[in-house]
Ligand binder design. Structure first.
Ligand code: NAD
Ligand code: TYD
Length: 359
């Protein structure tokens, strides 16, 4: 039985990944989920698996050496999949230090503890041990509108405190591989969308606001481009990199699905209108009249676009979910889980939203 330590498994991508691996491997694996349950972590995302015998939740901070060491002492960990991070660019602009702490210090602490547990006396590592660091395409900076792609060889040029802190964490993983021969991979993925995403990010925020008849705040001219990938395709790519990827390699993950933000917002309105029954009173206010252009994000990257050539050629991964299908599935999920949305948008998030958007 293979044992996974998943960090940040109560967040958006982490919870989707845990669902994915239980769906694929069932009782053949054991999963330990280390999550500090920040505002973005929600145990409700995993309520259907929380009683499994082969699942254990540990509430704790990846920066806490004693807590991480204890997990490695108690469990025979074969795979680490490191999602835990502060992940929202706008928050990083307000509070960079929190990002350096969680993303940089958290990663080096996890690396240190894994190394301590796994390294043999001769300085090598057992064959089956693997550490996968989940990173972002934002470390590569911004592309011009006219063209170009991010490759694994593209130099790092982060602009926001978020992307700089992720770049720092990637560099530490590289340093562990180069210095200690530590068995790791890095994946740099484009923007994800799908179920369980916290509604501070573009797609769930727009769905939630539109349903409530609130304004849809589009930053700047709305023409910034992101390359959107359905979250389950990301989960599958991570699993394939762990099982088939070459050790020490970096893989870019993305779907060749570039969209301007304004296109995304208009698609959400269109699909919501198709999905809402005619007698639903919300249908009257879900229109493009809700779109409101607001002040641009500071240092707003213009365009991201991943070239997934390497992961396709070496591992055989390709995105499977077309955007039209993925966005409809996502919208239906938020429709069917309005209690989830209410739970995560109460309390602290309300205060954050008011301070961000002056409402
Ligand atoms: P998220 O904000 O939804 O979830 C982050 C999770 O980490 C939460 O459950 C939170 O409680 C936990 N966490 C935060 N700080 C922690 C700490 N110090 N100790 C323990 N747990 C902590 O983020 P997400 O969107 O699921 O992103 C997961 C990872 O994937 C991040 O590393 C992010 O950089 C990366 N990534 C995200 C995207 C995207 O589009 N969302 C794209 C590429 C890469
Ligand atoms: P986001 O979901 O925060 O992801 P990231 O900044 O990591 O790519 O934002 C996606 C894009 O949407 C980005 O260009 C900023 C823009 N955006 C808005 O226009 N309005 C909003 O309210 C939000 C949250 C984002």
């Amino acid at each position: 039985m293979r044992t996974y330590l998943v960090t940040g498994g109560a967040g958006f991508i982490g919870s989707n990944y845990i669902h994915y691996i239980f769906g694929k491997y069932g009782d053949e694996i054991r999963v330990i989920n280390l999550d500090d349950l920040t505002y973005a972590g929600n145990p409700e995302n995993l309520k259907d698996i929380e009683n499994r015998d082969n699942y254990r939740f540990v509430k704790g901070d990846v920066c806490d050496t004693d807590a991480v060491r204890a997990i490695f002492a108690e469990e025979d960990i074969d795979r680490v999949v490191h999602f835990a991070a502060e992940s929202h660019v706008d928050r990083s602009i307000k509070d960079p230090l929190a990002f350096v702490r969680a993303n940089v210090l958290g990663t080096v602490n996890l690396l240190n503890c894994a190394k301590e547990a796994w390294e043999k006396e001769d300085g090598t590592y057992p064959e089956n041990k693997r550490f996968l660091h989940v990173s972002t395409d934002e470390v590569y900076g911004s592309l011009p509108e006219e063209g170009g792609y991010f490759y694994e060889t593209t130099p790092y040029a982060p602009h926001s405190p978020y992307s700089a802190s992720k770049a720092g964490s990637d560099m530490l993983v590289r340093a562990f591989m180069d210095t200690y021969g530590f068995p790791a991979n890095i994946t740099n993925c484009s923007n994800n969308y799908g179920p369980y995403q916290f509604p501070e990010k573009l797609i769930p925020l727009m769905i939630n606001n539109a349903l409530q008849g609130k304004k849809l705040p589009v930053y700047g001219d709305g023409k910034n481009v992101r390359d959107w990938l359905y979250v389950e395709d990301h989960a599958k790519a991570i699993d394939m990199v762990q099982e088939k990827g070459k050790i020490f390699e970096t893989y870019n993950i993305g779907g060749h699905n570039e969209k301007q933000n304004i296109e995304i917002v208009k698609t959400i309105i269109e699909v919501l209108r198709e999905e809402l029954p005619d007698d639903d009173p919300r249908k009257a206010h879900v229109t493009e009249d809700l779109i409101t252009y607001v002040e641009d994000r500071k240092g707003h990257d213009r365009r991201y676009a991943i070239a997934p050539d390497k992961i396709r050629a070496e591992i055989g991964w390709e995105p499977e979910t077309m955007f039209k299908e993925g966005i409809r599935k996502t919208i239906r999920w938020y429709f069917e889980h309005q209690d989830w949305m209410e739970n995560v948008t109460s309390g602290d998030y309300q205060k954050y939203y008011q301070s961000m958007y002056n409402v």
